[in-house]
Design a protein. Structure first.
Length: 131
């Protein structure tokens, strides 16, 4: 039985944009003299990192500590120990960081926590601030 042999096709050379050079476009290479000499370079687009936002819980005198621990476990995927540590920090210092996220994720987390607290009739406050 004859076997077919597949060979990869060579890629065509990259195309350069056609551009009519004007007086403003003339760039000389180092050591070269003369009109119409241009240096072409390709620049890689730099991806800008998104801004990050801290999600914070605020202390109040009415929300039970166990509810705050439950919120941290459910919405921020914290272990029981980490959630308890953060809850105690909120209790003693008035504010505690739950996590750092992009704007959209932080906004979603704040909304979820606030809706969950209102549903269970607790005045727990959750806010976000730019890091």
């Amino acid at each position: 039985m004859d076997r077919l042999r597949f060979e990869p096709m060579p890629l065509p050379p990259p195309r350069l944009a056609k551009h009519r050079m004007g007086d403003d476009d003339r760039v000389r290479r180092r050591g070269e003299e003369g009109p119409g000499t241009a240096v072409l370079s390709r620049t890689k687009p730099q991806a800008k990192r998104p801004n990050l936002y801290r999600v914070l819980l605020l202390n109040d005198d009415y929300t039970p500590m166990e509810f705050v621990v439950h919120v941290l476990e459910r919405f921020f995927n914290k272990s029981r120990e980490d959630a308890t540590r953060i809850m105690l920090h909120v209790h003693h210092h008035g504010v505690g960081e739950c996590g750092v996220f992009t704007y959209e994720v932080a906004e979603t987390k704040v909304t979820q926590v606030m809706d969950f607290a209102r549903k269970h009739q607790h005045p727990l406050q959750c806010v976000m601030e730019k890091k």
